[in-house]
Design a protein around this ligand. Structure first.
Ligand SMILES: *Cc1c(COP(=O)(O)O)cnc(C)c1O
Length: 537
């Protein structure tokens, strides 16, 4: 009897799988199999074991190996404090280990500093600007002074720190007017692009729940190229995100967005520009769609907010992307990127106070008193607010314009040269000081090119789906652009002559990943990676 039941179940499962294979294709088929296998008793433990082993052998191939694999006793607070001089020495040693783009010019993301240590080699316009205003290297010093001057203050309470409130509202107002907002536009300073985007999503979720009826699980419609902080926000705040494909030029496919909208959609999101390829989504079309559907539109300008306005003013073609476009209801812009502030400063702006009020949290029944807080953080560091204020006031429009001009000159030079290298190309129409390099030649694996570049000392930023290399251009690239271009040309040639490289190194990992049908395995790997490397061993 049991045999027949088992047999029937087996046949049924097989039938379901075969039908999935034919209806949804092999990708979906393998996904279902993997998901089902994972649920079997014992299998999960085996997968976890394999995962741990894979991660620890991967870590051994990275620069983290020496720290993570060395066994050290638990680190305790020193019984007696270490002398300042010793600590200063330790600081020097610690700093030597980290990337230093200002010294090496070899990094294409993460650090956005105004000066580079060889800035005397830069374009004339910027030199003239430095001479005139004494800025640049000094800029950093001034920002630090303001940071230090307010580093113990706390913007949690606007009554006790009126100067912080004044500086914050001025930073928001300066940002809003740079983005062509009118007097109605309001916002807050946050700790970074992530917090700004988290807040936009929370605001629109709460606004929809407060003003609309019959919403099930709220969702966001956004192109696949929006920054993962939007996915993170959806995850944190219990929304779904419906990703739509990109068009051939890597911008959002507006028609696909329209088709994706349903009765539970509470916001649209697009980027100016998106980080991967630095192309600006068709904001005007998406805004029209938003207006037609009665939905808010968040434009993530974390990356470009402090660059696109100046690039447009310089006369480069930039599609309309900001509050000039009627359907745009909020924007995020990072002062700690091209605003040239220290880390920990971004602005989230809303079209009006009616929208913004859904961001603010308030609680009135705590025994500790009335509590209100505008964003994720409770205690909000005063240093970052003051530093953002000082960075913007010190640079001024002329400073930002000079910087944008010198960076666009470097970017244009690099793009023009890359276009002449056979086998690789610039993806889409990058609108500012960044671009992505792809390959249309099957003989050239761009991830392998990145591997070769890394042996030459460069730290490459890898895009995937499709594979390409992201470059954000900063002042520290001025003196090193020529070397980069020569190395790139050599690396492309080298990969063309050595096809086996595509199967090795990080290129091999990306190649393998592209073939894994169940991306859950990859995310499990990432989680295990973080839990492995953030340990004091
Ligand atoms: C950097 C960036 C973010 C996230 O900002 P963080 O400062 O890293 O938190 C979001 N969106 C875009 C387009 C970005 O470039």
């Amino acid at each position: 009897m049991l045999y027949y039941i088992e047999h029937a179940i087996f046949t049924l499962v097989l039938a379901v799988l075969i039908s999935i294979y034919y209806r949804k294709g092999p990708q979906q088929f393998f996904r279902v199999i993997v998901l089902a296998l994972k649920e079997l008793p014992g299998v999960k433990a085996i997968i976890d074991g394999v995962l741990k082993k894979e991660v620890s052998s991967f870590v051994k191939t990275t620069s983290l190996a020496q720290d993570v694999t060395k066994s050290k006793p638990i680190v305790r607070i020193p019984e007696t404090g270490i002398s300042f001089d010793d600590l200063r020495q330790q600081m020097k040693n610690l700093q030597k280990r980290d990337a230093n783009p200002e010294r090496d010019g070899n990094v294409f993301a993460y650090q956005y500093t105004l000066h580079d240590q060889n800035f005397e080699l830069q374009e004339e316009a910027f030199d003239a600007f430095c001479e005139k205003s004494g800025h640049s290297v000094e800029h950093d010093g001034l920002v630090k002074e303001f940071f230090h001057g307010f580093m113990h203050e706390n913007a949690l309470n606007p009554m006790i720190y009126p100067a912080l409130r004044l500086m914050e509202t001025e930073v928001v107002s300066m940002t809003a007017s740079m983005l062509h907002g009118n007097r109605e536009v309001v916002g807050f300073l946050t700790s970074g692009g992530t917090e700004s985007n988290l807040m936009a999503v929370k605001t629109y979720r709460d606004m929809a729940l407060a003003t609309r009826k019959g919403i099930g699980k709220p969702n966001i419609v956004a192109p696949i190229t929006v920054h993962p902080t939007i996915d993170k926000a959806a995850h944190y705040f219990g929304l779904d995100i419906i990703h739509t494909p990109m068009s051939a030029d890597f911008t959002a496919d507006v028609k696909a967005m329209e088709e994706a909208i349903n009765g539970d959609t509470v916001m649209l999101c697009a980027s100016a520009p998106q980080f991967c390829h630095a192309v600006v989504d068709p904001i005007e079309d998406i805004a029209n769609l938003a207006l037609k559907k009665g939905l808010p539109l968040h434009v993530d300008a974390c990356f470009g907010g402090f660059m696109l306005p100046w690039v447009e003013k310089l006369g480069y073609p930039v599609p309309k992307f900001d509050f000039r476009v009627p359907g745009v209801t909020s924007m995020s812009a990072d002062v700690h990127k091209y605003g040239f502030c220290v880390k920990g400063a971004s602005v989230i702006c809303y079209k009006n106070a009616d929208i913004r009020k859904h961001q603010i949290y308030a609680y009135s029944e705590w025994p500790g008193g009335l509590y209100g807080s505008p964003s994720m953080a409770g205690t909000r560091p005063g240093g970052n607010i003051a530093a953002a204020w000082a960075a913007m006031k010190a640079l001024g429009e002329d400073g930002y314009m000079a910087k944008a001009k010198s960076l666009m000159d470097i970017t244009t030079k690099m793009i023009n040269k890359i276009k002449t290298i056979e086998g690789i190309y610039i993806m889409g129409q990058p609108c500012m000081t960044a671009f992505a390099i792809g390959s249309r030649d099957d003989a050239i694996n761009i991830q392998a090119v990145a591997d070769v570049m890394e042996t030459k000392g460069w730290k490459m930023e890898r895009n995937q789906l499709p594979d390409s290399l992201h470059c954000s251009i900063l002042p520290h690239h001025a003196h090193i652009a020529d070397k980069f271009l020569t190395d790139l040309e050599d690396s492309v040639k080298h990969c063309k002559d050595n096809k086996a490289l595509a199967k090795k190194g990080t290129a091999g990992v990306y190649g393998m990943m592209a073939n894994i049908p169940d991306k859950g395995i990859v995310t499990d790997f990432l989680v295990e990676f973080f839990s492995e490397v953030y340990k004091c061993k």
